[in-house]
Design a protein around this ligand. Structure first.
Ligand code: ZN
Ligand code: ZN
Length: 350
Protein backbone atom coordinates (compact mmCIF):
# COMPACT_ATOMS: atom_id res chain seq x y z
CA UNK A 1 0.00 0.00 0.00
CA UNK A 2 1.26 3.46 -0.83
CA UNK A 3 0.94 6.00 1.93
CA UNK A 4 -0.73 9.39 1.57
CA UNK A 5 1.79 12.15 0.89
CA UNK A 6 1.41 13.94 4.21
CA UNK A 7 2.10 10.85 6.31
CA UNK A 8 5.75 10.92 5.19
CA UNK A 9 6.23 14.42 6.65
CA UNK A 10 6.39 17.89 5.09
CA UNK A 11 3.67 19.88 3.39
CA UNK A 12 1.27 17.96 1.15
CA UNK A 13 1.98 20.13 -1.90
CA UNK A 14 5.75 19.51 -1.70
CA UNK A 15 5.18 15.80 -2.26
CA UNK A 16 2.39 16.14 -4.79
CA UNK A 17 3.09 13.93 -7.80
CA UNK A 18 0.96 15.74 -10.37
CA UNK A 19 2.31 17.81 -13.26
CA UNK A 20 1.80 21.02 -11.31
CA UNK A 21 4.07 23.92 -10.31
CA UNK A 22 3.32 25.35 -6.85
CA UNK A 23 4.13 28.96 -5.97
CA UNK A 24 4.15 31.00 -2.75
CA UNK A 25 4.27 28.06 -0.38
CA UNK A 26 1.56 26.11 -2.18
CA UNK A 27 -0.95 28.99 -2.24
CA UNK A 28 -0.84 29.33 -6.01
CA UNK A 29 -0.44 26.66 -8.65
CA UNK A 30 -0.30 26.21 -12.39
CA UNK A 31 0.18 23.26 -14.71
CA UNK A 32 3.63 22.44 -16.08
CA UNK A 33 1.90 21.72 -19.38
CA UNK A 34 2.32 25.06 -21.14
CA UNK A 35 3.01 28.11 -18.94
CA UNK A 36 4.01 30.18 -22.00
CA UNK A 37 0.42 30.35 -23.26
CA UNK A 38 -0.64 31.44 -19.78
CA UNK A 39 1.87 34.29 -19.92
CA UNK A 40 0.39 35.33 -23.27
CA UNK A 41 -3.15 35.27 -21.80
CA UNK A 42 -2.03 37.27 -18.74
CA UNK A 43 -0.32 39.86 -20.96
CA UNK A 44 -3.47 40.18 -23.06
CA UNK A 45 -6.02 40.36 -20.23
CA UNK A 46 -3.92 42.62 -17.98
CA UNK A 47 -2.28 44.68 -20.73
CA UNK A 48 -5.27 45.20 -23.04
CA UNK A 49 -7.46 47.24 -20.64
CA UNK A 50 -4.43 49.26 -19.44
CA UNK A 51 -3.50 50.26 -23.00
CA UNK A 52 -7.13 51.15 -23.77
CA UNK A 53 -7.42 53.31 -20.64
CA UNK A 54 -4.09 55.01 -21.44
CA UNK A 55 -5.34 56.07 -24.88
CA UNK A 56 -9.09 56.53 -24.43
CA UNK A 57 -9.78 57.36 -20.78
CA UNK A 58 -9.31 61.11 -21.12
CA UNK A 59 -11.63 61.41 -24.11
CA UNK A 60 -14.33 59.11 -22.66
CA UNK A 61 -14.29 60.97 -19.33
CA UNK A 62 -14.53 64.48 -20.86
CA UNK A 63 -16.54 63.97 -24.06
CA UNK A 64 -18.82 61.00 -23.33
CA UNK A 65 -19.34 60.40 -19.60
CA UNK A 66 -17.35 59.26 -16.57
CA UNK A 67 -19.83 56.40 -16.10
CA UNK A 68 -18.48 53.98 -18.77
CA UNK A 69 -14.97 54.48 -17.44
CA UNK A 70 -15.98 53.76 -13.83
CA UNK A 71 -17.90 50.64 -14.89
CA UNK A 72 -14.95 49.62 -17.08
CA UNK A 73 -12.55 49.90 -14.14
CA UNK A 74 -14.90 47.85 -11.94
CA UNK A 75 -15.43 45.01 -14.42
CA UNK A 76 -11.74 44.94 -15.35
CA UNK A 77 -10.71 44.51 -11.72
CA UNK A 78 -13.29 41.72 -11.39
CA UNK A 79 -12.03 40.06 -14.58
CA UNK A 80 -8.43 40.18 -13.31
CA UNK A 81 -9.38 38.75 -9.91
CA UNK A 82 -11.45 35.99 -11.55
CA UNK A 83 -8.60 35.18 -13.95
CA UNK A 84 -6.11 34.79 -11.09
CA UNK A 85 -8.61 32.73 -9.10
CA UNK A 86 -9.32 30.46 -12.08
CA UNK A 87 -5.79 30.05 -13.30
CA UNK A 88 -3.73 29.87 -10.11
CA UNK A 89 -5.99 28.17 -7.57
CA UNK A 90 -6.91 24.55 -6.94
CA UNK A 91 -9.54 23.44 -9.50
CA UNK A 92 -10.54 20.51 -7.26
CA UNK A 93 -7.58 18.14 -7.41
CA UNK A 94 -8.47 14.86 -5.74
CA UNK A 95 -5.70 13.70 -3.40
CA UNK A 96 -3.92 10.49 -4.38
CA UNK A 97 -3.76 7.16 -2.55
CA UNK A 98 -7.11 7.48 -0.82
CA UNK A 99 -7.67 3.74 -1.16
CA UNK A 100 -5.99 1.06 0.95
CA UNK A 101 -4.16 -0.78 -1.81
CA UNK A 102 -4.29 -1.25 -5.55
CA UNK A 103 -7.85 -1.49 -6.79
CA UNK A 104 -9.18 -3.51 -3.84
CA UNK A 105 -12.61 -4.27 -5.30
CA UNK A 106 -15.21 -3.10 -7.75
CA UNK A 107 -17.07 -0.13 -6.41
CA UNK A 108 -20.32 1.45 -7.39
CA UNK A 109 -22.49 4.00 -5.71
CA UNK A 110 -26.20 4.54 -5.89
CA UNK A 111 -27.33 8.01 -6.78
CA UNK A 112 -30.89 9.17 -6.50
CA UNK A 113 -31.74 10.95 -9.67
CA UNK A 114 -32.96 14.51 -9.41
CA UNK A 115 -35.62 13.78 -12.06
CA UNK A 116 -36.92 10.72 -13.84
CA UNK A 117 -34.56 11.25 -16.78
CA UNK A 118 -37.47 11.13 -19.16
CA UNK A 119 -37.76 7.37 -18.60
CA UNK A 120 -40.34 5.61 -16.47
CA UNK A 121 -38.94 3.48 -13.66
CA UNK A 122 -36.65 3.80 -10.70
CA UNK A 123 -35.34 7.14 -9.57
CA UNK A 124 -32.09 5.52 -8.54
CA UNK A 125 -29.06 5.21 -10.77
CA UNK A 126 -26.08 3.00 -10.03
CA UNK A 127 -22.78 4.41 -11.16
CA UNK A 128 -19.70 2.20 -11.20
CA UNK A 129 -16.73 4.19 -9.98
CA UNK A 130 -13.68 4.15 -12.24
CA UNK A 131 -10.31 3.26 -10.81
CA UNK A 132 -7.51 5.71 -11.66
CA UNK A 133 -4.28 3.75 -12.05
CA UNK A 134 -2.21 6.93 -11.73
CA UNK A 135 -3.85 8.47 -8.68
CA UNK A 136 -4.81 5.14 -7.03
CA UNK A 137 -8.29 6.29 -6.21
CA UNK A 138 -11.83 5.54 -7.23
CA UNK A 139 -12.92 8.65 -9.04
CA UNK A 140 -16.14 10.19 -7.75
CA UNK A 141 -18.88 10.66 -10.36
CA UNK A 142 -18.10 13.58 -12.72
CA UNK A 143 -14.36 13.45 -11.97
CA UNK A 144 -11.79 12.78 -14.68
CA UNK A 145 -8.03 12.43 -14.95
CA UNK A 146 -6.44 15.41 -16.71
CA UNK A 147 -3.41 14.29 -18.70
CA UNK A 148 -1.94 17.78 -18.90
CA UNK A 149 -1.97 18.24 -15.12
CA UNK A 150 -1.66 14.50 -14.34
CA UNK A 151 -4.33 14.76 -11.64
CA UNK A 152 -7.85 13.60 -11.11
CA UNK A 153 -10.04 16.69 -10.86
CA UNK A 154 -13.46 16.67 -9.29
CA UNK A 155 -16.36 17.74 -11.54
CA UNK A 156 -13.88 18.67 -14.24
CA UNK A 157 -15.27 20.89 -16.97
CA UNK A 158 -12.21 20.93 -19.24
CA UNK A 159 -8.49 21.67 -19.25
CA UNK A 160 -8.07 25.24 -20.51
CA UNK A 161 -4.87 25.65 -22.51
CA UNK A 162 -5.09 29.46 -22.40
CA UNK A 163 -5.33 29.52 -18.61
CA UNK A 164 -2.99 26.50 -18.34
CA UNK A 165 -5.27 25.00 -15.71
CA UNK A 166 -8.13 22.61 -15.27
CA UNK A 167 -11.55 24.11 -14.81
CA UNK A 168 -13.25 22.05 -12.14
CA UNK A 169 -15.49 22.09 -9.13
CA UNK A 170 -13.56 24.75 -7.22
CA UNK A 171 -12.86 27.29 -9.96
CA UNK A 172 -15.77 26.92 -12.36
CA UNK A 173 -17.72 29.84 -10.87
CA UNK A 174 -14.60 32.02 -11.12
CA UNK A 175 -14.15 30.93 -14.74
CA UNK A 176 -17.71 31.96 -15.63
CA UNK A 177 -17.27 35.20 -13.69
CA UNK A 178 -14.13 35.91 -15.75
CA UNK A 179 -16.03 35.36 -19.00
CA UNK A 180 -18.92 37.63 -17.93
CA UNK A 181 -16.62 40.47 -16.86
CA UNK A 182 -14.37 40.15 -19.91
CA UNK A 183 -17.46 40.28 -22.11
CA UNK A 184 -18.70 43.53 -20.50
CA UNK A 185 -15.18 44.96 -20.55
CA UNK A 186 -14.80 44.35 -24.30
CA UNK A 187 -18.30 45.68 -25.08
CA UNK A 188 -17.54 48.97 -23.28
CA UNK A 189 -14.19 49.43 -25.02
CA UNK A 190 -15.62 48.66 -28.47
CA UNK A 191 -18.65 50.96 -28.06
CA UNK A 192 -16.63 53.85 -26.60
CA UNK A 193 -13.98 53.55 -29.34
CA UNK A 194 -16.70 53.60 -32.00
CA UNK A 195 -18.34 56.64 -30.35
CA UNK A 196 -14.98 58.42 -30.19
CA UNK A 197 -14.47 57.86 -33.91
CA UNK A 198 -18.02 59.00 -34.69
CA UNK A 199 -17.70 62.14 -32.56
CA UNK A 200 -14.44 63.18 -34.22
CA UNK A 201 -16.02 62.63 -37.65
CA UNK A 202 -19.22 64.51 -36.75
CA UNK A 203 -18.52 66.71 -33.71
CA UNK A 204 -21.44 68.53 -32.08
CA UNK A 205 -19.69 69.91 -28.98
CA UNK A 206 -16.26 71.38 -28.32
CA UNK A 207 -15.33 68.38 -26.17
CA UNK A 208 -16.02 66.04 -29.07
CA UNK A 209 -14.00 68.10 -31.53
CA UNK A 210 -10.45 66.93 -32.18
CA UNK A 211 -8.53 69.51 -34.20
CA UNK A 212 -10.11 71.51 -36.98
CA UNK A 213 -11.36 68.94 -39.47
CA UNK A 214 -14.27 66.52 -39.64
CA UNK A 215 -15.36 63.49 -41.65
CA UNK A 216 -14.59 59.81 -41.34
CA UNK A 217 -11.24 59.90 -43.18
CA UNK A 218 -10.09 62.83 -41.01
CA UNK A 219 -11.15 60.88 -37.88
CA UNK A 220 -9.21 57.81 -39.00
CA UNK A 221 -6.07 59.86 -39.60
CA UNK A 222 -6.38 61.92 -36.45
CA UNK A 223 -7.41 59.18 -34.01
CA UNK A 224 -6.13 55.93 -35.61
CA UNK A 225 -6.06 54.09 -32.24
CA UNK A 226 -9.90 54.14 -32.17
CA UNK A 227 -10.25 51.91 -35.19
CA UNK A 228 -7.51 49.58 -33.85
CA UNK A 229 -9.35 49.24 -30.51
CA UNK A 230 -12.64 48.74 -32.33
CA UNK A 231 -11.34 45.92 -34.54
CA UNK A 232 -9.22 44.18 -31.91
CA UNK A 233 -12.14 44.36 -29.46
CA UNK A 234 -14.57 43.01 -32.05
CA UNK A 235 -12.23 40.11 -32.88
CA UNK A 236 -11.92 39.10 -29.21
CA UNK A 237 -15.63 39.61 -28.63
CA UNK A 238 -16.48 36.67 -30.92
CA UNK A 239 -14.73 33.84 -28.99
CA UNK A 240 -15.55 35.36 -25.58
CA UNK A 241 -19.27 35.72 -26.37
CA UNK A 242 -19.42 32.23 -27.92
CA UNK A 243 -17.72 30.68 -24.91
CA UNK A 244 -19.95 32.62 -22.54
CA UNK A 245 -23.12 31.60 -24.39
CA UNK A 246 -22.00 27.99 -24.44
CA UNK A 247 -21.27 27.92 -20.71
CA UNK A 248 -24.50 29.71 -19.81
CA UNK A 249 -26.28 26.97 -21.71
CA UNK A 250 -24.24 24.23 -19.95
CA UNK A 251 -24.99 25.84 -16.58
CA UNK A 252 -28.72 25.75 -17.24
CA UNK A 253 -28.34 21.99 -17.80
CA UNK A 254 -25.95 21.45 -14.85
CA UNK A 255 -23.56 19.76 -17.24
CA UNK A 256 -19.84 20.05 -17.84
CA UNK A 257 -18.13 20.45 -21.22
CA UNK A 258 -16.69 16.94 -21.01
CA UNK A 259 -20.09 15.45 -20.17
CA UNK A 260 -21.60 17.27 -23.13
CA UNK A 261 -18.90 15.96 -25.48
CA UNK A 262 -19.37 12.41 -24.17
CA UNK A 263 -23.10 12.65 -24.74
CA UNK A 264 -22.55 13.91 -28.27
CA UNK A 265 -19.96 11.18 -28.92
CA UNK A 266 -22.34 8.47 -27.77
CA UNK A 267 -25.15 9.76 -29.97
CA UNK A 268 -27.28 11.01 -27.14
CA UNK A 269 -27.60 14.74 -27.71
CA UNK A 270 -30.71 14.54 -25.67
CA UNK A 271 -31.35 18.20 -25.00
CA UNK A 272 -31.38 19.05 -28.66
CA UNK A 273 -34.42 16.77 -28.99
CA UNK A 274 -36.38 18.17 -26.11
CA UNK A 275 -39.00 20.77 -26.80
CA UNK A 276 -39.23 22.48 -23.42
CA UNK A 277 -36.59 24.70 -21.92
CA UNK A 278 -34.08 24.46 -24.75
CA UNK A 279 -33.71 28.01 -25.87
CA UNK A 280 -30.59 27.15 -27.88
CA UNK A 281 -32.73 25.50 -30.51
CA UNK A 282 -35.23 28.34 -30.71
CA UNK A 283 -32.86 31.17 -31.55
CA UNK A 284 -30.64 31.01 -34.61
CA UNK A 285 -28.02 33.29 -33.03
CA UNK A 286 -27.71 31.18 -29.88
CA UNK A 287 -27.63 28.01 -31.93
CA UNK A 288 -24.83 29.42 -34.05
CA UNK A 289 -22.82 30.42 -30.95
CA UNK A 290 -23.25 26.96 -29.43
CA UNK A 291 -22.18 25.23 -32.64
CA UNK A 292 -19.23 27.56 -33.17
CA UNK A 293 -18.10 26.90 -29.58
CA UNK A 294 -18.43 23.17 -30.12
CA UNK A 295 -16.28 23.49 -33.24
CA UNK A 296 -13.59 25.55 -31.45
CA UNK A 297 -13.73 23.15 -28.52
CA UNK A 298 -12.65 20.23 -30.69
CA UNK A 299 -9.21 21.83 -31.03
CA UNK A 300 -8.85 22.41 -27.31
CA UNK A 301 -10.06 19.22 -25.66
CA UNK A 302 -7.97 16.09 -26.17
CA UNK A 303 -9.97 13.22 -27.73
CA UNK A 304 -8.71 10.83 -25.03
CA UNK A 305 -10.42 12.78 -22.29
CA UNK A 306 -13.85 12.36 -23.83
CA UNK A 307 -13.78 8.61 -24.37
CA UNK A 308 -16.51 7.11 -22.25
CA UNK A 309 -16.36 3.56 -20.95
CA UNK A 310 -20.12 3.21 -20.58
CA UNK A 311 -20.81 4.23 -24.16
CA UNK A 312 -24.23 3.11 -25.25
CA UNK A 313 -25.09 1.32 -22.02
CA UNK A 314 -27.08 4.07 -20.44
CA UNK A 315 -30.46 4.54 -22.04
CA UNK A 316 -31.41 7.51 -19.93
CA UNK A 317 -31.61 10.81 -21.69
CA UNK A 318 -30.54 13.15 -18.89
CA UNK A 319 -27.70 12.94 -16.41
CA UNK A 320 -28.61 12.11 -12.80
CA UNK A 321 -27.47 15.59 -11.86
CA UNK A 322 -29.79 17.52 -14.13
CA UNK A 323 -32.71 19.23 -12.44
CA UNK A 324 -35.99 19.91 -14.20
CA UNK A 325 -35.55 23.70 -14.15
CA UNK A 326 -32.74 25.84 -15.54
CA UNK A 327 -32.51 27.99 -12.38
CA UNK A 328 -32.05 24.91 -10.17
CA UNK A 329 -29.34 23.65 -12.52
CA UNK A 330 -27.56 27.01 -12.46
CA UNK A 331 -27.66 27.02 -8.67
CA UNK A 332 -26.18 23.53 -8.57
CA UNK A 333 -23.55 24.23 -11.25
CA UNK A 334 -22.25 27.51 -9.80
CA UNK A 335 -22.53 26.62 -6.12
CA UNK A 336 -20.90 23.22 -6.16
CA UNK A 337 -20.02 22.51 -2.55
CA UNK A 338 -16.65 20.90 -1.96
CA UNK A 339 -16.97 17.52 -0.18
CA UNK A 340 -15.26 17.28 3.20
CA UNK A 341 -12.84 14.59 2.07
CA UNK A 342 -11.25 17.05 -0.37
CA UNK A 343 -10.97 19.77 2.25
CA UNK A 344 -9.18 17.66 4.84
CA UNK A 345 -6.00 16.85 2.91
CA UNK A 346 -4.88 20.47 2.69
CA UNK A 347 -4.93 20.88 6.46
CA UNK A 348 -3.63 17.41 7.19
CA UNK A 349 -1.01 17.36 9.93
CA UNK A 350 2.58 16.51 8.92
ZN1 ZN B 1 -6.17 10.23 -11.74
ZN1 ZN C 1 -5.62 20.02 -16.39
Amino acid sequence: MTQPAWSAGGRAYEQHEGNVIFLLGGRLQTSRDNPLILLFTLALVFGGPIVWVAFEAHYVWTAISPAPLIIFAYVTLNAWASLVRTSFCDPGIIPRYLEDGDKPSEKSIVLTRVDDGGVAGSLETTIALQWCTTCHIYRPPRASHCRACNNCVDTIDHHCVFLNACIGRRNYAAFVSMLVHLFICIIISVVCSALHLYHVAHPTTDAQRSGTGSGFVYALRHEPQCIVFFWVGSVFLIPVSCLLTYHVWLITQNRTTIEQIRLEASGRIYDMERKDADCAENYACLRMCVRFSAWVRQFLVAPTIVSSSDKGNNKRRRSPFQRPHASQNAQAALGRAVPDVFMSWRDAPP
